[in-house]
Design a binder for this molecule. Structure first.
Ligand code: NAP
Ligand code: ZN
Ligand code: ZN
Length: 348
């Protein structure tokens, strides 16, 4: 056993606090990773506060992990001690269903293992995430990190990056298309960077007028303050694709109305409450509404390599783990530029 320091939530209403847990000793296919940085995803907050009604406590969040390999099992072929590596939302899946076989582990028919809050198939109990000193992960779920990027700013790519890259690729978004990104938070700012890198005409929708200049710097060709009905109406029926990255209750009909015929709105935001959809928002102009969950391991590696080639990483605010509760409070106020990342050296 491998005693590991961490921060956990003891209950849905508890502030995160120091905790310690046992990691398994590395098995033949395992990579042991000393965590350097871990991003703070809004999903961590939903989960720590049991907003999706499935959290097992104590909960150690964190699924945007960058670290250095400190040991490998004797069957590991892809990584060696000293490598800089990443771990995202998944640490295992059934590996045999058709979806796993074609490298879409996030669609596993038999249940994937999430980095935290899943059944721990090795030790029993629950998996614990990246707000911790180290993690042990099967090499099939470990990612290579491009050497030219700041490792702290890479951490958010492991969830916010793949979650926004995947739908843009899966729906084959092309240069020149008009693409909307809704919400300039962790996911939204990565979506904007990717939409810009793909050569689309990128429009950022925000409830925070003060983010407009940043949005342009991050790649927006235009910024729309979504509370302004006239600004919204000016874009009616004009979008090929909209990526909705909003974490809370909001009116998705207002965005469906902006799609042109056969246009697609993909939800990646995961608010606690259901979002009502007007049939007419979809019937008119044969519009489509879809969802997307992170991405598979192969696509995550493709996204990381794309980021290396294009010099793309996250805009981050680096914090010691002792400030995690204040960071959660600020994320809930849409006050983060644009992802908190924990410097795990603060846990030592
Ligand atoms: P975040 O950093 O908090 O960003 C969310 C943004 O949504 C905010 O910055 C804000 O942008 C906007 N917003 C917040 N409250 C709003 C409201 N009441 N009405 C309208 N807009 C509002 O969160 P995140 O980490 O990017 O995560 C976003 C959502 O995606 C979360 O629900 C998370 O759980 C989910 N998620 C899903 C996946 C997946 O695989 N599908 C993966 C990761 C995360 P403005 O200030 O610009 O309006
Ligand atoms: Zn996440
Ligand atoms: Zn499977």
């Amino acid at each position: 056993m491998n005693r590991t320091k961490a921060f956990s939530a003891a209950s849905a209403s508890a502030r995160l606090a120091p905790f310690s847990l046992d990691r398994r000793a590395p098995k033949p296919a395992d990579v042991q990773i000393e965590i350097l940085f871990c991003g703070v995803c809004h999903s961590d907050i939903h989960q720590a506060r049991d907003e999706w009604h499935n959290t097992i406590f104590p909960c150690v969040p964190g699924h945007e992990i960058v670290g250095r390999v400190s040991a490998v099992g004797n069957g590991v072929t892809k990584f060696k001690v000293g490598d800089l590596v990443g771990v995202g939302c998944l640490v295992d899946s059934c590996r045999t269903c058709p979806n796993c076989q074609r490298g879409e582990e996030q669609l596993c028919d038999n249940g994937f293992t999430l980095t935290y809050n899943s059944e721990d198939k090795h030790l029993g109990g629950v998996t614990y995430g990246g707000y911790s000193e180290r993690v042990i992960v099967d090499e099939s779920f470990v990612l290579r990190i491009p050497g030219n990027l700041d490792p702290a700013a890479v951490a958010p790519l492991l969830c916010a990056g793949i979650t926004t890259y995947s739908p843009l690729r899966q729906w084959d978004v092309q240069a020149g298309q008009k693409v909307g990104i809704v919400g300039l938070g962790g996911l939204g700012h990565m979506g904007l960077k990717f939409a810009h890198a793909l050569g689309t005409r990128a429009v950022l929708f925000t409830t925070s007028p003060g983010k407009a200049d940043d949005a342009r710097r991050l790649g927006a060709d235009e910024v729309v303050v979504s509370k302004n009905a006239a600004e919204m109406k000016a874009h009616a029926g004009s979008f090929d694709f909209i990526l909705d990255c909003v974490s809370a209750d909001h009116d998705i009909n207002a965005y469906l109305e902006l799609l042109k015929p056969d246009g697609v709105l993909v939800l990646v935001g995961a608010p606690e409450k259901p979002l009502p959809v007007s049939a007419f928002s979809l019937l008119m102009r044969r519009r489509r509404l879809a969802g997307s969950l992170i991405g598979g391991i192969a696509e995550t590696q493709e996204m990381l390599d794309f980021c290396g080639e294009h010099g793309i990483a996250s805009d981050i605010e680096l914090i010691p783990i002792q400030q995690i509760n204040e960071a959660y409070d600020r994320v809930l106020k849409s006050d983060v530029k644009y992802r908190f990342v924990i410097d795990m050296a603060s846990l030592k």
